[in-house]
Design a binder for this molecule. Structure first.
Ligand code: NAD
Ligand code: ZN
Length: 237
């Protein structure tokens, strides 16, 4: 396939999903019939689950922290970091992933719309800022407390909660000329709508992944393949 040209006036918005971290050994949902690492989403990724069984929720996210710590960025994360170093402020990355593999590959202009594994925050939403927290907790008693005394919760956007940084994301989509979406099934909203917003603004939209996403009709181009193989060398600047 001929490289896709990026002109000096292009602005690139990138959305990544679990698929970009698959080649680093972190499981997606799709790969496991809608389970995330063997768990039903409603048991570990909802506000109700946190109320009902905080020990299980913390066990799940502690395991995710441990696997993320053991994983390394793959050629797809690295290709995006290299693209950012060439495009500077004309590059913006929004990830649905809670791992930190983009940062570890060198990306800096990014937002984690679904939160970050490496942070915790107040479970009572008292207003205190999220804190860095890499701990792998073995029991609920070990989990730290907020300054207000409430137990910390993972800094993760659970299903049913509002994604982070949406104002900035909408501004960046409105001014992009090209949107690249990598490794996301197009089943989680509002992220699955970003491609429609970009199309409304006239942007070219490209998807990369081994199978077409659910919102495939909204893309001007679908490149079928694994991100780690397709992304390096995809663009010509
Ligand atoms: N690593 C993580 O942080 C992680 C992992 C699992 C789930 N999640 C969370 O779960 C939600 C899942 O939604 P989603 O759409 O991101 O994931 P998803 O599991 O629904 O879909 C994954 C997509 O990745 C594609 N894929 C698989 N291997 C790939 C590869 N090598 N290269 C490119 N694409 C590949 C699949 O075809 C699929 O479309 C997200 O909101 C995220 O917060 C995060
Ligand atoms: Zn608090």
């Amino acid at each position: 396939m001929a490289p896709i040209p990026i002109s000096p006036t292009d602005r690139l918005f990138i959305l990544t999903g679990a698929g970009i971290s698959a080649e680093s050994g972190l499981p997606t949902f799709r790969a496991s019939d809608g389970l995330w690492a063997g768990h039903r989403i409603e048991d570990v990724c909802t506000p109700e689950a946190l109320d009902r069984n905080p020990a299980l929720v913390w066990q799940f996210y502690s395991e995710r922290r441990a696997s993320c710590h053991a994983a390394q960025p793959n050629p797809a994360h690295i290709a995006l970091a290299e693209l950012e170093s060439k495009l500077g402020d004309r590059f913006f990355l929004c990830t649905q992933n809670v791992d930190d593999l983009h940062e570890r590959a060198g990306s800096a202009r990014l937002v984690h719309m679904h939160g970050e594994l490496a942070k915790s925050r107040c479970s009572e939403e008292c207003g205190a800022a999220p804190v860095e927290d890499h701990a792998v907790y073995r029991t609920l008693d070990e989990v730290g407390r907020c300054v207000c005394g409430a137990r910390l919760r993972p800094h993760i956007v659970f299903f049913g909660e509002i994604p982070l940084d949406m104002d900035r994301i909408q501004r960046e989509i409105a001014r992009c000329t090209m949107m690249l979406v990598v490794g996301t099934s197009g089943s989680v909203y509002p992220a699955a709508n970003f491609v429609h917003w970009a199309r409304q603004g006239g942007a070219r939209t490209i998807y990369i992944g081994p199978e077409p996403p659910l919102n495939t009709a909204a893309f001007t181009q679908v490149v079928e393949g694994n991100a780690g193989t397709v992304l390096p060398g995809l663009f010509q600047i």
